[in-house]
Design a protein around this ligand. Structure first.
Ligand code: KIV
Length: 277
């Protein structure tokens, strides 16, 4: 029997991630490109094609203008670059909130056209019925509660949530609603640490923290933020690299060498073939 490339490395699935509740922490990062997906694939359980691409790749102020076509294009690139991680693609603002049917049509398009293994959508109790509808129809859903950036125009700022105990109940109810609706995991974004810890202890599905708690079942960051490429980052980001200055140094050297005509050197140009005698 011959083995196809498909058989060699089995991609993680939503049920694999769901089964990791309370186990070894889940490692998750965002990626929008084939090259970065290839690097992440060796280390990450989940690669998220986040709608943060609108801000990170396109310089938008918010994620609101991001379209389904933008998500599909970058989702495809990430699928091409990775083999093992579960690739989750965000449904962007306006592509799923109107009805469960709209959500299914968008999710089905994303899954068919990218080959990704799951989608993510924002919202807790208000999205529970939609999540259940999708899951019943074969769409694995990752939830996203706490700070939900697509709602920026309604909430007014990217402020952390649940920093007063009196504000905990709706956030907890959102996380439970997402889990009860059948989501395989839930992102907890920018919430008070004790609340992140408490939700993780109470919900049945893995929690993926971003500005939540080290107690979460996994952690996620936006790749460009943790690499030191994004000019401004929230408090919850730790810069694990300083790629910005490193890219600038390389670009500066290139500019200097081009202006001095020292690049390309002899090793970078094609000599003529030697004539046969
Ligand atoms: O869009 C995104 O990158 C996200 C992460 C911040 C979780 O949703």
């Amino acid at each position: 029997m011959t083995m196809s490339a498909h058989d060699e490395i089995r991609r993680l699935t939503a049920p694999d991630i769901r089964a990791r509740k309370g186990g070894e922490p889940l490692v998750c990062l965002t990626s929008y490109h084939a090259h970065t997906a290839r690097i992440l694939d060796g280390y990450c359980d989940v690669i998220l094609v986040g709608d943060s691409l609108g801000m990170v790749m396109h310089g938008l102020e918010t994620t609101v203008p991001v379209t389904l076509d933008m998500m599909i294009l970058q989702g495809l690139a990430v699928m091409r670059g990775s083999k093992r991680a579960l690739v989750v693609v965000d449904l962007p603002f306006g592509s799923y909130e109107a009805s469960r049917e709209q959500a299914f049509a968008s999710a089905a398009r994303v899954m068919k056209e990218t080959g990704c293994g799951a989608i993510k959508l924002e919202g807790g109790r208000r999205m529970a019925e939609t999540i259940a509808f999708l899951v019943e129809r074969g769409v694995p859903v990752m939830g996203h509660v706490g700070l939900t950036p697509q709602a920026i125009n309604a909430i007014g700022s990217f402020r952390a949530q649940g920093r007063d105990e009196g504000d905990w109940a709706p956030i907890e109810a959102d996380a439970h609603a997402v889990a009860d609706a059948g989501a395989f995991a839930v992102v907890l974004e920018a919430i008070a640490e004790p609340l992140g810890r408490r939700i993780t202890g109470n919900v049945a599905i893995p929690t993926i923290g971003i500005g939540a708690s080290a107690a979460c079942d996994g952690q996620i960051l936006v790749l460009e933020d943790m690499l030191g490429l994004s000019p401004r980052v929230p408090k919850f980001v730790k810069r694990f690299g300083e790629l910005g200055p490193s890219i600038e140094r390389a670009v500066k050297s290139f500019a200097e060498e081009v202006r001095a005509r020292s690049f390309p050197g002899v090793e970078n140009v094609y000599p003529m073939r030697k004539k046969k005698v």
